[in-house]
Design a protein around this ligand. Structure first.
Ligand code: HEC
Length: 253
């Protein structure tokens, strides 16, 4: 009798476990709806038990209204802040390190869902040039980069990943310009452009790619005499794939 009860409890547990597995598989391929902007819906980004979205597995389609940290936010920080002398892992100016999600959350005072309370947002929007980041003579972040960072904080400052990478039918205006604007323009723009190389218009980018060995090599990690671009580290592979596909396709405008 005792044996039977134990056995049936085991059977019961087995079926419960099966049910849970079936349930989670069924739900897996769909990312949850974008996280709401209100404070009451904000989850602790480091607590994966209360996070309805699996942020670690690859194979997630990208939702158009969702900000994905690795794809959208880290590249801005890498290109504009996380290099030597500023906020890389060595310099850590003011104790702030912006090289990866955990460092950003631990050192840059980002408050999920609370824009005005987030130092990271305050410094990129500060009107006083003495306080603004990146500091002059570097260019301020563009309005679209600032909007993206604001949206990310409002969506809960999560570490979401997705991996659609569409490399067909790219034109400069549709897909390529944004990559150069977000990853290169901090240094390669206007009067203070690094190496005298501006990369903000179709013609400038096209001219730079007349010497594709240099640019393509550098975005792929560079070599001893041609260091990696952006200086803070390689862009997400999808950006590199897009530039190469566009270049191989004759650089349509
Ligand atoms: C944080 C500043 C910074 C960012 C961001 C940056 N660069 Fe640079 N770039 C430099 C500096 C400084 C040099 C000159 C030193 C050198 O050659 O490495 C340079 C040089 C280059 C050169 C060589 C130019 C020449 O005439 O020798 C290329 C090509 C280049 N960058 C491409 C890019 C591209 C493409 C991006 C974006 C994907 C980018 N850079 C992002 C700072 C930056």
């Amino acid at each position: 009798m005792k044996f039977k009860i134990v056995k049936s409890i085991k059977t019961l547990l087995f079926f419960i476990a099966l049910g849970v597995m079936a349930y989670s598989c069924e739900n897996e391929p769909f990312p949850a709806a974008p996280v709401g902007a209100g404070n009451d819906t904000i989850k602790d980004p480091n607590d994966t038990t209360q996070n309805p979205i699996d942020t670690t597995k690859p194979g997630k389609p990208c939702h158009p209204d969702t900000v994905y940290y690795e794809r959208d936010i880290q590249p801005i920080l890498t290109a504009s802040c996380a290099f030597s002398g500023c906020h890389d892992a060595v310099t850590r100016e003011d104790g702030v390190q912006l090289t990866d999600y955990n460092s950003v959350m631990n050192t840059a005072d980002v408050r999920p869902g609370n824009l005005s309370g987030s130092d990271l947002y305050e410094v990129i929007t500060d009107n006083d040039p003495d306080d603004r980041m990146p500091p002059p003579p570097r260019n301020a972040l563009s309005p679209s980069q600032i909007t993206l960072i604001a949206k990310w904080i409002n969506q809960g400052a999560l570490n979401l990943k997705c991996d659609d990478c569409e490399t067909t039918n790219l034109t400069y205006a549709n897909g390529i310009k944004a990559i150069f604007d977000n990853n290169c323009a901090t240094c390669h723009k206007g009067a203070f452009a690094s190496a005298g190389l501006s990369l903000t218009t179709y013609q400038e980018v096209k001219d730079a790619l007349v010497n594709p060995i240099d640019l393509i090599l550098r975005i792929n990690g560079g070599d001893n005499s041609n260091p990696t671009m952006p200086q803070g580290g390689k862009m997400p592979q999808c950006n590199i794939d897009k530039i190469e596909a566009w270049y191989n396709n004759g650089m349509p405008q």
